[in-house]
Design a protein around this ligand. Structure first.
Ligand code: G3H
Ligand code: ZN
Length: 281
């Protein structure tokens, strides 16, 4: 089926009280695994490509075309999302490549600059029916707003959404990017407060470090988009290591990429169930 607008998936998440799983694509195999997992769970899904992944490939178009074609061949609603974008030229290119949403990341900018540039980008995107997610301008170490300890203030969040006109908001509630152990503690009462204060879907970044039960509670408290990358990459790479160790003479990459892809597909299906998205395709 054709790509589904991210807005439609988030609207369904709001209506039915689940969170959309948003998983990072680096290689074609990631896109295939995520889509296979979503099909298994009969869940809608968001494929996200980060500015960092674009830097790795040297261009957005090839990996975006691969993800898009795979998504169009899948039997569940799938959206394309540009993640952690700081460059306007990349956002423009994403619009041309059929993306349904972009996350503009001005989180490392001071408040006024973050508000100004986010509002400008949100206005540009609105004219093109592109959903915009943004993050608050908290400064705090290398992870910005997702450094453990940093928290989004509900009143400030409401003001930020009103001033910028963004459609979804990434909030800092205790998660942190690139965690390889699942032991983050989220501030669940704060999620509920943010949900009451802000009239757009809330997004949880750095969800790899969040245990299943806490993810369930975060969704119940109002999270509507959950971004997961490192956790899947950890499983992917572990499966590659295992396959290479099991057959040190292996030459054909399909012999070690295939098992890694299968491993990620099974975990994506499981996570989509944790997020309550299963059966919502
Ligand atoms: O935007 C991407 C996510 O926030 C993923 O973070 O790699 O810590 O799961 P993670
Ligand atoms: Zn993130």
């Amino acid at each position: 089926m054709p790509l589904t607008p991210t807005a439609r998936i988030l609207q369904s998440a709001e209506e039915h009280g689940f969170a959309a799983g948003s998983f990072n694509v680096i290689q074609l195999e990631h896109a295939q695994a995520i889509l296979a997992g979503a099909e298994r769970a009969q869940a809608p899904v968001i494929l996200q490509i980060s500015e960092n992944a674009v830097r790795y490939h040297g261009a957005l178009a090839p990996i975006a075309a691969a993800a898009r074609t795979a998504a169009e061949q899948a039997g569940i609603p799938a959206a394309l999302h540009l993640d952690h974008a700081t460059r306007f030229d990349l956002i423009r290119e994403a619009a041309d490549c059929g993306f349904g949403s972009v996350m503009y990341d001005g989180s490392k900018l001071p408040w006024a600059e973050n508000v100004g540039s986010t509002a400008e980008i949100a206005a540009w995107c609105r004219e093109r029916c592109l959903l915009v997610e943004a993050e608050l301008g908290e400064v705090g170490g290398k992870d910005g707003a997702h450094t453990p300890g940093v928290r989004t203030d509900p009143a400030q969040a409401a003001a930020f959404v009103a001033e910028t006109g963004v459609d979804a908001l990434a909030v800092a509630v205790g998660s942190s990017h690139t965690m390889t152990v699942r032991e983050a503690e989220l501030d669940l009462p704060l999620i509920a407060e943010l949900r009451a204060a802000v009239n757009v879907p809330l997004v949880l970044h750095g969800s790899s470090g969040v245990p299943d039960e806490t993810l369930r509670k975060a969704v119940a408290a109002g999270m509507r988009k959950v971004n997961i990358s490192t956790h899947l990459n950890r499983l992917y790479t572990e499966a590659v290591r295992e396959a290479l160790a099991a057959d040190p003479a292996v030459v054909d990459p399909r012999r070690w990429l295939g098992p890694a892809r299968d491993t990620v597909a099974v975990e994506v299906a499981r996570l989509l169930e944790v997020l309550g998205a299963h059966g919502r395709a």
